[in-house]
Design a protein around this ligand. Structure first.
Ligand SMILES: Nc1nc2c(c(=O)[nH]1)N[C@H]1C(S)=C(S)[C@@H](COP(=O)(O)O)O[C@H]1N2
Ligand SMILES: [Mo]
Length: 333
């Protein structure tokens, strides 16, 4: 049992899950399949124009019916400046964690995602809240003040990127639906579609998966923090499916796994809910999961991070991923 559990892709750090030799072979394979010069793309200095309003036509994953498509690009909020270059869009779009589609590789998601249906899409808001509502995704985004923000994203596996997200503060939705004072946590749930998302089958080969659907949770204080966004776009256009279309969370001071993709339900609850990671691996992924260089993962250090899209540049990990100013008052340690 323990042996089998140790084999699961998400239980090994990225450096072990994707040894360099395999990584470079994959680059060759990608090159063969698409005809792209992926080698130069991966090591190039990012120069992407975040406001191009166009997705690279060679990247699969475009939504067939992107919601509120004419709202892009949105105005960039200058408050959220980066300390590093924006990651090249192709790098970000071809290196993903999305276990619903493949729990063993990050470089296959963009090729497995075409049959994922993101339209029609509704988001149900319920639980301890005055306005129980089912939003059509197009209506929801049009009702909200969308803006662009440059944020760092740090995966618990110690890779990091920095991208322009488009979305709205989660607080705007919370203000609209009016949670009751008894609501202490927000529980978010992703879609369930094992026919198109093969990772949701109970086993990948012999390796058990789940518990599906993917769920995540924030405290009300975290959910209403200025940084917390519901995101519908990236690089100045609607989200690609591999990034969690049509709507996902971004909480940039927490490890990436908290930023749940392709949300179908937002529920206000009294007790802290269980989550995908905390249920499947309680010893390795805690519920809070704030980025912290001083707290090692059980099997690897978190003191530095690898910047994807560079020639393996490493940077020191920052407490709260550099967002201390916004969130340190929420925590005692
Ligand atoms: N539904 C769902 N959301 C998810 C995941 C997932 O597997 N399923 N992976 C998480 C992890 S581990 C990370 S690091 C980020 C990756 O986001 P990206 O692929 O857009 O970079 O998404 C998070 N959200
Ligand atoms: Mo992650």
């Amino acid at each position: 049992m323990v042996m089998i559990k140790r084999l699961r892709g998400w239980e090994v750090p990225e450096s072990e899950a994707t040894p360099e030799s395999i990584y470079y072979n994959r680059r060759q394979i990608l090159k063969g399949v698409t005809g792209l010069t992926i080698g130069s793309m991966i090591v190039s200095t990012p120069t992407h124009d975040a406001h191009s309003n166009e997705t690279d036509p060679l990247i699969t994953g475009k939504q067939e019916h992107p919601p509120a498509a004419n709202q892009y690009p949105a105005t960039r909020n200058p408050l959220f400046a980066l300390d590093r270059p924006i990651t090249n869009e192709r790098v970000a779009a071809t290196f993903n964690n999305f276990y619903e589609f493949d729990g063993t590789s990050k470089t296959t998601i963009w090729k497995l995602i075409e049959h994922f249906k993101t339209h029609p899409w509704r988001v149900k808001v319920g639980g301890l809240v005055k306005q129980h509502t089912i939003y059509d995704i197009d209506d929801l985004i049009r009702r909200m003040p969308i803006e662009e923000r440059l944020y760092r994203l740090r995966c618990v596996e110690a890779w990091a990127m920095a991208v322009p997200w488009t979305g709205f503060p989660m607080k705007k939705l919370i203000d609209l639906v009016q949670p009751l004072s008894s609501a202490k946590f927000v529980k978010m749930t992703s879609f369930m579609d094992p026919d198109n998302a093969l990772g949701q089958k109970p086993y990948f080969g012999l390796i058990p998966s789940g518990p599906w659907p993917y769920t995540e949770s924030l405290s009300m204080e975290e959910a209403t923090n200025e940084l917390t966004m519901l995101v519908s776009g990236i690089y100045g256009h609607p989200l690609l499916k591999q990034h969690g279309a049509p709507i996902r969370l971004i909480a940039p001071w927490k490890y990436g796994f908290k930023s749940i993709k392709s949300i179908v339900s937002i529920e206000f609850v009294k007790e802290q809910p269980s989550t995908f990671w905390n249920t499947s691996m309680p010893h390795e992924y805690d519920l809070i999961a704030n980025v912290n260089p001083a707290i090692s993962h059980r099997r690897w250090s978190q003191s530095s991070e690898r910047i994807i899209g560079t020639n393996d540049e490493r940077r020191p990990t920052m407490l709260y991923n550099g967002y201390e100013r916004w969130v340190s008052h929420l925590y005692t340690t």
